[in-house]
Design a binder for this molecule. Structure first.
Ligand code: S3P
Ligand code: PEP
Length: 428
């Protein structure tokens, strides 16, 4: 049998401190690099994606130091960034690429950016088109849609954009470019995507206007270095919310999980399905709410989700699909075509992976139809290099009858380097 074998469990028990939020860690490093003065980040995610952001910053002349999960960024303002002497490699990270392109659009030098095979197939025109309209020059395969891309930044002009997808990476890239443009830059999205950039910019001293799904900034805003405490990542906690709900016995406590309302779709979905999840001690630090989550076993039933809910749980759909396989009745997920342009085509890879484990899942153009069953057989599945799939298949293995052998489990390092050790610790 190939891969890492994950055996079935009869229950789970324990407290898990999930690592720092990936989206917030990227932004803390990037904004720290743009700011004047030192930024201290605690609970920084040491996943491969956020390390890619630190590495690119270093190549741009922004030094940082790291001790465990604490990071210090020595920002000297955007003017101090320098032209890199080599290609910037964003690895597997869509967030590093798109946010960095936004920041660099206003820099008076030339940068070439690339990434791994997955990132080189992901669409970039969603950020390069608006950045070109603002004044950046960008060249790349398929009219500037695919990495590697070369960008020469410079004088930017503020604009108003109405995006067709609710994407925080697109919104953030435009807003970060807007800080260096003349006039006002506005982004209006079809639904609200995660708002960490807006919240953190305010913390760094920049005025950001938000009204429903529209965000505006004035060019010229200056950032001042800050202390940023990163909450635990709800996208990583999601694996344990599903495990704790379906493992049969025991309780899992997850302290300090970020519960920003633009990210809590997974809580809403699981609770609607019948999950027993409690939020304890909600408090806000550095503009981001966080809470302790307690999850206990429950019987789950199918659910229908779509519309504005999708951006609030987009990265959690693979693990939500595992939960739906073991829920009573049918689950339908729609309006989620964005899944097709993530680290893998997460509609077809989830369908193929779960059906190989004995589930009944149908592919829809923009989502999934999942027929719940009382049990899941298990078998073999590959992460295909996609971290969310690696962890979803491991949880499926723990909840299955025969276990699951996960090929390329190491992909989990992108967002959760300790994942294997943690699942061993809670398994009963
Ligand atoms: O801005 C961010 O930090 C992210 C936004 C989302 O992507 P999109 O902006 O493409 O929806 C999400 O899937 C990704 O994991 C992180
Ligand atoms: C889609 C994801 O990340 P990114 O777009 O940053 O690669 C993810 O973490 O699931």
């Amino acid at each position: 049998m190939r891969g890492v074998f994950i055996k079935p469990v009869s229950g789970v028990e324990g407290e898990i401190r999930v690592p720092g939020d990936k989206s917030i860690s990227h932004r803390a490093a990037l904004l720290g690099g743009m700011a004047h003065g030192d930024t201290h980040i605690s609970n920084f995610l040491l996943g491969q994606d956020c390390l890619s952001t630190l590495r690119c910053l270093k190549q741009l002349g922004v030094p940082s130091e790291r001790e465990g999960t604490e990071v210090w960024i020595h920002g000297k303002g955007m003017e101090a960034w320098t032209e890199p002497t080599d290609v910037l490699d964003a690895g597997n990270s869509g967030t590093t690429s798109r946010l960095m392109l936004g920041v660099l659009a206003g820099s008076p030098f030339t940068v070439t950016m690339t990434g791994d095979a997955s990132l080189r197939s992901r669409p970039m025109r969603r950020v390069t088109d608006p950045l070109k309209l603002m004044g950046a020059q960008i060249m790349g395969r398929l009219g500037g849609n695919l990495f590697p891309l070369t960008m020469s930044g410079g004088q930017l002009q503020g604009q108003t954009f109405r995006t067709t997808v609710a994407s925080a990476q697109v919104k953030s890239a435009i807003i970060l470019a807007g800080l260096r443009a003349s006039g006002v830059t506005t982004v209006e999205e079809p639904a609200l995507s995660r708002d960490h950039t807006e919240r953190m910019l305010r913390g760094f001293g920049v005025e950001v206007l938000s009204e429903k799904t529209a965000v505006s900034v004035h060019g010229g805003g200056l950032l001042t270095g800050q202390d940023v405490s990163v909450p635990g990542d709800i996208s990583s906690a999601a694996f344990f919310l599903v495990l704790g709900s379906l493992a049969g016995s025991g309780e899992i406590i997850l302290p300090n999980v970020g519960v920003n309302p633009t990210r809590t779709g997974i809580l809403d979905a699981l609770i609607t399905m019948g999950a027993d999840i409690e939020l304890i001690d909600v408090l806000e630090i550095c503009g981001e709410p966080r809470a302790t989550l307690r999850v206990r076993p429950a019987k789950l039933r199918g659910i229908e989700i779509g519309g504005d809910m999708i951006p609030r749980l987009i990265d959690e759909i693979p693990i939500l699909a595992v939960a739906a396989c073991l829920a009573e009745g049918e689950t339908v997920i729609r309006d989620a075509a964005e899944l097709r342009v993530k680290e893998s085509d997460r509609i077809s890879t989830v369908v193929e992976g779960l059906n190989a484990l004995g589930a009944k899942v149908e592919e829809l153009p923009d989502g999934l139809r999942i027929h719940g069953q009382p049990s899941l057989r298990g078998g073999q599945a590959s992460s295909l290099g996609d971290h969310r799939l690696a962890m979803a298949w491991a949880i499926a293995g723990m909840l299955s009858k025969e276990g699951v052998s996960v090929e390329d489990m190491a992909a989990a390092d992108v967002s959760y380097p300790d994942f294997m050790a943690v699942i061993k610790k809670v398994a009963q």
